[in-house]
Write a protein that binds this ligand. Sequence first.
Ligand SMILES: [Zn+2]
Length: 580
Amino acid sequence: MSAIDEIKQKIDIAEVIGQYTTLKKAGRNLTALCPFHSEKHPSFFVYPERQSWHCFGACNTGGDVFAFIMKKEGIDFGEALRLLAQRAGVVLPARTEPGIKKEEKEELYRANEAAALYFNNLLLNAPAAEKARDYIAKRGFTPGTVADFQLGFSLDSWEALKTHLLERGHREADLLTAGLLYQAEDGRTHDRFRGKLMVPIRDSRGRVTGFGARVLDDSLPKYVNSPQTPTFDKSATLYGIDRAAAAIRQQDMAIIMEGYMDVITAHQNGITNVVASMGTAITETQVSTLKKLSRNLVLAMDADAAGEEAMLRTVGYENILNSEIRVVIMPEGKDPDDVIREDINNWQKLVSRAVPLVDFMFEKDTLKLDLTAARDKSLAVEKLLPVLAGINDPIRQAHYLQKLAGLVKVDMNTIKVALSRLKQPPARRRAAPPAPVLHLAKDRPEEYCLALLLQNPELNEHLEELDAEYFENSENRVILTAYKDTPDVVSLKERVDPAIHEHLDTIINRSLPALRNNLGLKFIDCVLELRKRYLKSLAARQAESGAIEDDQAWLEKDLETIRRQLKELDARRSRKHNSS
Ligand SMILES: [Zn+2]
C-alpha cells in the first residue's frame, strides 16, 4: 500500500475537518457552516463513508482530505501530504533527488550564482534600482549586510537577465530549469523576476539554490520565490542556514522566524542562530535538518493568526526532536523584526522567557473559555487532550495531564479515562476492509483514465474534456493538473511532488490492452464515465443532504447534456464500427 493510501486509511476526515469547523450530524453525514466562505445556513457536508467533503454553496467544490487541507491551509499537495502523514504517524518514503545528473545540477548552481552577482551589481549601481535602495535604507540594512546576503535588484525588463546570462555562455534550457526564466504560451522565454528586490537563497553549503523576491510597490503577492527546481525545494529550505549553522551548534539553539527579512535584521544585530522557514508552515524536513545541529528549537513567528497557527502545528515535531519546542511570546502587535530593531536587550529577554509550545497551546486554546462552566471545561479537554495524547515522553505527558486536570478542576482519573477512550481507534478504522489496491481496472477508473492519457500523447487533443474535479483522489488531481499545464510525460515526474512518484510510475507503466484506432473513443468513454460518476454523486449527495433543492435544475440540465453526449458517442462508435 502506498503511503498516500495508508494515510487515507488511518485518518478520519471528520476528525480533521472538525478541527476547523463545528460539525453537526445530518443523517449518515455531517454538516457545517462552510470554512471557506461565509454563510448563515450550512451548505458544507462531510461524508464519512466516502471520506470526502463538498460545499454546495459559493465554493461548489469538494474532494478528499488532502484537497481540504490544501484549500484550507493554502498549501500544495506535497505539504498537505507531509502534514497529514505526520498526523497519521505514517513514514513517507525518503525524498528522492529528481532524475538529473550531477553536472547538470552544477550548471544550475553556476547560473544562479551568476544571476545573484548580476542582481547585486544592479542594486549597487543601476539608476533604475533607486526604489530598491530606498527600501534597503528604510529597512536599515547596512552596506555590509547587503554584501553578506548579496541582496540584489532585477530590472523591470523581460529579457535583461536572459541576455546577460546567454552572453556569458549559459544555456537557455538551464536557465529555464533553474527557474530564472519561464516559458510563455507562445513558447518564448522571459525573465521570471522583474523590478523586484532579490534575495539569493543558499543551502547549507552556501550554493545559491533559488531566489526570493519582494515587490517594491503595493502589488500582491508581496513575496515570490523560485518555483520547485532540481536545486530548489521550498519545503526543505531554511533561509540563512549557511550563515547560521555554526552559531546554532555553538549556542545549542536554533531560532526559526517567518521570513528572510527577519533573518537579515537578526544577523545584522548580532543574532546569528536564526533561520527562516519559507512561508509560514514549518515542515518535517526543516526540523530534521535543524535537529542535526541542535535539539533546542525556538519559534519566533509574527504575532498574527497565521504565525500562531504555524507554531501550534509544529507540536508533532517534538517527538522527532525528542525534546520540547519553545515559543517566543511577542509583545502585542509586534513582530520579531520590530522588537530586534527597537531594543536588542528586550529581544534577548523575550527569548530567554520563551515558553514551551504545549503551555502556549494551553493558553491559546483556553483564552476565550470560561473554565468554571461545564460546557467550556469539556471544550478545553476536547481541544487539548488530543495534543497531550500525542506526547511520547511519559513524564512530560503526565505533567500536562495534571495541568489539564487542574485547569478544569476535574480529577486525574476522569482525564485518564478520556485519554484512553481517545486512544481507541474509531469504529470506522476497525471495520474498514483492506483497500483493494490490486483490482485497479475495476475499482479505479481514475487511474485507468490517467494511464490511457499519459501513455498515449495523441489523446492530448481530448485533454480539455477531462476535469480534475471528476477525480476523487487528490494525487490524481495533482498529476492531471501538472500534465494539463505542460502535456509532457518526460518532465511530469520532476513537476510533481516526490511522494507521488511511486503512484505516477504505476500509472505510466501500467499495461493496457492494445486499443489502436478506437483509442480516442475509449478515452472519451472513460472521461464520460468519470463525469457521470461525478454528477451522479453530486445529485445523490444533494438529495441525501436535502441541500439547495431549488438548485437541482442545473444538475438536471447537466445530466441531460451527458445523456446527449453519450448518445453522440454511441452514434460515433457505430459509425466507426461500420466503416472498419
Ligand atoms: Zn463554501
